[in-house]
Every structure is written in C-alpha cells, then in structure tokens.
Design a protein around this ligand. Structure first.
Ligand code: NAG
Ligand code: NAG
Ligand code: NAG
Ligand code: NAG
Length: 379
C-alpha cells in the first residue's frame, strides 16, 4: 500500500505572529495529570461574524475524518492507533499531530507509519492552563481545514484510545450533521469573569470537555475567531499558585479568576455564534474521574488512568453500554444520539496506559488482533 503522507503546509496566520510569554515551565503533560475538573455526569463506572476564508459548497467526494492529536511529544499508544488505521480505508481519514515544537514523527519516534511526517510544522509550546492549549487546537483545525475532504474533526489526546473499529466510528460520526461538543451552564464556579460581560454575557458562558468532534462549518468558526480568543486571553487565565516570595501580593493574586481556557472557549464560542442548536451537547470521549476526591473542593478532580488490570472486557463493556449523560448543573439528561438514532455515548476513552492499550489490542477492540503491532519493539 502506498501511504505517502501529504505535506502539512502551515497556513500563515496573523494571530500567531505574537510571541508567547512563557511563565510556567510545566507542560501539557503535567496539565493533563493535575487539571482541576468538574463532574460532567453520573457516569460512575458507574453576534455572528462573517466568515470569509472558506467556501461553503457541499463536498461531493469521499468524506474524511481528520484525527487531530494533541501530544506532549510522541504518541505512546501509536501501536493501537496503527492497528485501528490498518483496518480503515486510507481514503477515509487523515491525521494531524500537534506536538512539542521540533518533534518529528518518523521511524525512530513512532511504531506506526500512519504518523510519519504528520506533525504540524508550526507547533507551539503548550502550557498548563494557558490559552496556548486552545491555540494548539486552532492550529490543528487550521491545518486540517486545508484539505476539503476533511468533513469531521476529532480532537484527541495522546492518552486517548478508540473503543471501536474504524468503520463503526466513521459511520457514527459521519451520520451526524451536528458537532459533538460537551457544553453546559457553568453556574457554580467563579470562572466567569464579569469583565467579559460587554462581549460575553454570563448566560452564554459554557463549560465542557475539550475533547470535541466538529463538523466543518463549526471548525471554520473556531479558526476564524479573533474576537473571543482575545477576550479569553485577557480574562480567562489560570490563577497562579501561591508564591511565598510574593508576600502580601498573594492575597491579591489569589482573588483573581481561576479560569481554564480550553474548558470554556469552544463551547462558549459556539453559543456566541448561535450554534448551540447544531450540537450534540456531549463529548465522545469517556473520562473516568477519581470519585474518592468528591469531598475535596473541585481541586480533587482528576482523571484516573486505565491500567492493564482495569481495562478488561467487562469494564470496557460498561463504558460502551452508557447511553446517556446527566448534567447536574442543568438537570439535563442527554440521551446519546447520532442522526436521531440512539447510539452508545462514547467512541473514545482516556487516559490509557501502555498496558491498558495493549489489552484493548489483544481483545480485538479496534479490529483483528495484530500480533505484529505488539511484537514491534518500542522506539
Ligand atoms: C466493526 O465493529 C462493529 C461493531 O462493533 C461490528 O459490527 C463490525 O462487524 C466491525 N467491522 C469490522 C470490519 O470489523
Ligand atoms: C469509507 O467511506 C466510504 C464512503 O464514505 C464508506 O462506504 C466505507 O464504509 C468507509 N470505509 C470504512 C472502512 O470505514
Ligand atoms: C439519517 O437518518 C435518516 C432517517 O433515518 C436517514 O434517511 C439518513 O440516511 C441518515 N443519514 C445518514 C448520513 O446516515
Ligand atoms: C483519588 O483521589 C484521592 C484524593 O485526592 C487520592 O488519595 C487517591 O489516591 C486517588 N486515587 C487514585 C486511584 O488515583
């Protein structure tokens, strides 16, 4: 098979000409481990802007899903994804990776040829709780929009796994004319900064998982946005940790809004454009939250990592059997649908260790078990 990856040409984007001020050295990886979070549901395992850049003609060729990976460096679960894509039709998907600037995907850094050369050439340093996370997501969308065949855009982390084979995921995602975006009212936390109010009304402020799947028109809205991005950069910032050397200044600093841009930007932006009605308001990516931390303020929330031990068929089936999600903040039960048909809620899950991903592979979750993938020595 010839699978020569087409080169990724970085679009020249003006909003990226400014230089990032690097204040924290912690990276996306650390962020992913300790981010504060909400409880999205009872899943205990129990002013429109004019768009100018793109045409809106219907696409008539073979539609592709663009898989957009946000990685720290390499993709540790590449062997599983490799097997997943092996069972796909190359005309049905494309891959884009945002990784550390300068990191290259080739024979020495990945076990799967599907990832060779698929990293963006204009990656940025992604920092903990900073707007650089949404910038990275926008870079991925910008690159993927270059290809007209890309009709759906799936954001994934480097610890995400597919829970089904390719054709199942393709049909599910393509059947829906709506984006899948976790989006709910954020009433409890003080993340909304009243200084945003001239542009973003409190009632339009949303929260939701960053792991979204978009239709093309919504991806365009996100890439074209300049207005709300700049508001987020000014007013949605992570509160800095207490720093003893700052003395009394800490009192003032700790009164700042503590905001995590990537948990608010996309859903809020889509609401601001009047697009909420075009969404399935849920994420396709399952996350297992550490329940035992419930009693601690919202600080305790962080995702658990699946290991070989708890990624067995019974636990995976429990995830696949989930057919609705409950949003306590809105007393809303979201029954999971794609094109008005009842479907399982989740197509992907995180966070998976190497062992957990190997178990999925050997259980045939993504398709025919490919021993070669397991035998390949890690890079
Ligand atoms: C893909 O998965 C679906 C649902 O699990 C199954 O019905 C189908 O036979 C599988 N297709 C292939 C090609 O393995
Ligand atoms: C690829 O796309 C075509 C047309 O959209 C579809 O009929 C086919 O089932 C897809 N193949 C896979 C493996 O998903
Ligand atoms: C969506 O559902 C309708 C009605 O069941 C069906 O006719 C149509 O083909 C479906 N669309 C896709 C893209 O599957
Ligand atoms: C869950 O969170 C609690 C409290 O933060 C912690 O003590 C515990 O080790 C966590 N459990 C796992 C499995 O990470």
């Amino acid at each position: 098979m010839t699978k020569k990856p087409s080169p990724i040409v970085g679009r020249h984007v003006i909003w990226f000409s400014w230089k990032l001020v690097i204040t924290f050295s912690a990276s996306l990886c650390v962020f992913a481990l300790f981010r504060f979070h909400y409880q999205p549901a009872d899943l205990s395992f129990s002013t429109p802007l004019t768009r100018i850049r793109y045409s809106h003609e219907e696409f008539h060729g073979r539609a592709k899903i663009a898989f957009l990976f946000l990685a720290c460096r390499n993709l540790p679960l590449d062997f599983l994804w490799g097997s997943f894509f092996e069972n796909a039709d190359v005309a049905n998907f494309s891959i884009y990776i945002h990784s550390a600037p300068g990191f290259v995907f080739d024979e020495s850094t990945t076990r799967s040829h599907f990832f060779y050369g698929r990293q963006l050439s204009n990656s940025i340093q992604v920092l903990w709780g900073e707007s650089s996370m949404i910038e990275a997501e926008r870079l991925l969308l910008t690159a993927a929009l270059e290809e007209p065949a890309n009709q759906r855009f799936v954001l994934l982390s480097d610890s995400c796994v597919p829970l089904y084979n390719f054709s199942y995921i393709y049909n599910y995602v393509m059947a829906s004319q709506r984006s899948f975006v976790d989006s709910f009212l954020d009433v409890k936390e003080g993340r909304y900064n009243p200084k945003m109010s001239p542009k973003i009304a409190r009632k339009k402020w949303r929260k939701g998982s960053q792991w979204i799947t978009l239709v093309r028109s919504h991806a365009e809205v996100i890439v074209d946005d300049e207005v709300f991005l700049s508001i987020f950069k000014r007013f949605c910032k992570r509160r800095p940790p207490v720093d003893a050397s700052k003395g009394k200044l800490n009192i003032k600093l700790q009164k700042q809004h503590n905001c995590i841009p990537d948990e608010h930007y996309m859903p809020t932006l889509l609401v601001m454009h009047g697009l909420e009605g075009e969404l399935e308001r849920r994420t396709l990516t399952y996350t297992l939250w550490n329940q035992s931390a419930t009693k601690m303020e919202n600080k305790g929330w962080h995702p658990l990592t699946f290991t070989y031990g708890n990624a067995g068929p019974r636990n995976i089936k429990k995830i696949k059997d989930i057919n609705h999600v409950y949003y306590a903040a809105e007393s809303r039960a979201e029954w999971c649908r794609s094109n008005s048909t009842s479907v399982p809620c989740f197509l992907f899950a995180r966070k998976f260790s190497l062992g957990a991903a190997m178990r999925l592979l050997s259980e045939g979750v993504v398709g025919r078990f490919d021993t070669a993938a397991l035998l390949d020595a890690p890079p």
